[in-house]
Design a protein around this ligand. Structure first.
Ligand code: RP5
Length: 169
């Protein structure tokens, strides 16, 4: 693990990578150093517990954990660390992510997992940036700029739509 990484991204399988890469894109955009690993709660239980237990000492400040089906990864990670854990339920298997959502979000009191939407890896990364912004003020500016950009793009699209509509009348 790189000592400078602030966010640890974990996923239950390499099949989760296409979704979890969305979190990577956001962290890159915000220039937040991260580490990434495949670590299944079921197939690599000891390794997963060890990663979670050692994360704080390794300089990690937020963990993002994505898994599909009977998704216990985020919960097991949260059980083994007091760092904030953001869970990403992944759409996979016969129940299309409803199973992962319930497995990730329905944690018992005392062991929270901040759960985002099914396949919501982007929001997991934005939330990680928000948490980190408490300690790293430059992230506050980046988050504000990002939201302003999003707002301005939408206003522009709305104006373009209006013009298009007016031409059709
Ligand atoms: C979960 O089972 C993984 O997170 C993945 O979403 C799902 C299927 O895993 P693979 O069979 O594709 O490795 O543990």
């Amino acid at each position: 693990m790189k000592s400078k990484s602030l966010v640890l991204i974990l996923m239950g399988s390499d099949s989760d990578l296409p979704v979890m890469e969305k979190a990577v894109e956001v962290l890159k955009e915000f220039e937040v150093p991260y580490d990434i690993a495949i670590s299944s709660a079921h197939r690599l239980p000891d390794e997963t517990a060890q990663l979670a237990k050692s994360a704080r000492d390794n300089g990690i400040e937020v963990i993002i954990a994505g898994a599909g089906m009977s998704a216990h990864l985020a919960g097991v990670v949260a059980a083994n660390t007091t760092l904030p854990v953001i869970g990403v339920p992944i759409k996979s298997g016969a129940l299309n992510g409803i199973d992962s959502l319930y497995s990730t979000v329905q944690m018992p009191p005392g062991i929270p997992v901040a759960t985002v939407a099914i396949d919501g890896a982007k929001n997991a990364a934005y939330l990680a940036c928000s948490i980190l912004s408490i300690k790293y003020p430059h992230l506050v500016d980046k988050l504000k700029r990002f939201r302003d950009d999003t707002k301005n793009k939408l206003i522009k699209k709305s104006e373009e739509l209006k013009k298009k509509q007016e031409k059709q009348i």
